[in-house]
Write a protein that binds this ligand. Structure first.
Ligand SMILES: [Zn+2]
Length: 413
């Protein structure tokens, strides 16, 4: 596959290449070069007409659940009284639709950070086996939490465990289920009235047990972190990613340690907008008030993390599927330059997933997961949310979505 006449934002933070050529062989990028002039007539080339080519977007914090409560209008219409109960298996069709929509929006990789039952693993396998079109998916299996009120709400999304040995067993169980990495709850959750998100929810020994066991077995660790004490334990024990992490601005030394150790921050601004602004009728008033404070803190932490040189990733943590780039827009509103924002949503996220050598950049050797957009996201980052501007999506060298006229493939004029 040969793509010509492209404006390339390669995801590394470098300035865009103009009139560039990208050559793909066997699903991987083999050449990226700025040719300067129109290339000679190359048979089978896609002439991008100066459109922007960038790495496919990577969502580092998604819940690929058939629960569409955060995606009004996306799933089936609500059941009416008198209807027969709906089969639980309908949920798998909702998941398949989400996968297709994500890919069509240019999201070529997703890290699922917790779904009910093993839905994300089932969807990952459906995509991997070619049954369903969708992004590459990484799943944590079930979230490892200390016994806590959240377990009563999130039921099969959680594996509750207590004591360092049980934490290790919980890690092993997730790998047995087919998890790609491990997620833990270092603190309580802002969406659970009976949990205080401020103190650490597990002891240092418990958290250390998870991290040690996961790393010993060769998988990464994502930590749900809200309050500062949980942040401290997670950073000191060396988790790989901090999810939310909104309190970190209060202790810049922790951000410094994250930058030094390559611990990635996934700020998930959208989830705070959800609770503070979007779904205020659905939550207890005290949680809405708390979310308003947390929203401000999340933006403060984004800016402080950027100043400290922390690697930042894009995690939507909201719905509907396909609108994930709103998180990128919000990170830019929060102070990242558009180029930094695109870098966060591509290479930053790939780094969060431990896949930086495989995806997230348009560089030789990388898997050809690519997004071509009609326009310049560096001039208007909001265009990445507009389905009309998503011109082409390429997954491992195969075009999986395209608005390009068929004549574009063939000898250019
Ligand atoms: Zn989440």
């Amino acid at each position: 596959m040969l793509l010509t006449n492209a404006r390339v934002i390669d995801g590394t933070g470098r300035a865009p290449l103009e009139r560039a050529l990208v050559l793909v062989e066997d699903g991987r990028i083999v050449e990226v070069s700025e040719v300067g002039l129109d290339p000679p007539g190359l048979e089978g080339a896609w002439d991008l007409g100066g459109r922007t080519l960038m790495p496919g977007l990577i969502d580092a914090h998604a819940h690929l659940s058939s629960d569409v409560s955060r995606s009004p209008g996306f799933g089936p219409p609500p059941a009416l009284h008198g209807e027969l109960p709906r089969p639980r298996e309908l949920g798998y069709f909702v998941l398949a639709k989400a996968a297709r929509v994500l890919l069509g929006a240019g999201i070529t990789t997703v890290r699922d950070v917790g779904s009910y039952d093993d839905e994300a693993i089932a969807l990952r396998e459906a995509v991997r086996l070619g049954i369903v079109e969708g992004p590459r998916i990484l799943s944590c299996g079930r979230i490892i939490s200390a016994t806590a009120p959240g377990g009563a709400i999130f039921t099969t999304m959680y594996r509750e465990a207590d004591g360092p040995d049980d934490m290790r067993k919980a890690v092993r169980e997730q790998l047995r289920r087919g998890a790609d990495y491990v997620k833990l709850m270092a603190t309580g959750a802002r969406s659970v009235l009976a949990e205080d998100p401020e103190p650490a929810q597990m002891t240092r020994d418990e958290l250390a047990g998870i991290v040690d066991e996961a790393h010993r077995l060769g998988v990464r660790v994502a930590a749900h972190v809200e309050g500062l004490e949980g942040a401290r334990l997670a950073v000191l024990e060396g988790v790989n990613t901090i999810e939310h992490g909104l309190s970190l601005h209060r202790e810049p030394a922790l951000l410094g340690a994250m930058a030094e150790r390559g611990i990635v921050l996934v700020p998930t601004l959208s989830t705070f907008h959800d609770l503070a602004e979007r779904f205020t009728d659905d939550f207890a008033p005290a949680l809405v008030e708390q979310a308003k404070r947390q929203l401000e803190e999340a933006y403060a932490t984004l800016a402080a993390a950027q100043d400290a040189g922390v690697i930042i990733a894009m995690g939507h943590d909201s719905g509907p599927p396909g609108d994930n780039a709103i998180e990128l827009v919000r990170m830019v509103d929060g102070g990242l330059s558009p180029l930094e924002g695109v870098g966060a949503a591509t290479r930053g996220s790939a780094t969060a997933l431990g896949l930086a050598s495989e995806v997230g950049t348009v560089t030789p050797g990388a898997i050809a997961d690519l997004l071509v957009v009609d326009g310049d996201p560096l001039a208007d980052i909001r265009m990445l949310r507009d389905p009309e501007r998503i011109w082409m999506v390429v997954q491992a060298g195969t075009v999986v979505a395209s608005r390009a006229p068929a004549v574009s493939q063939g000898a250019p004029a």
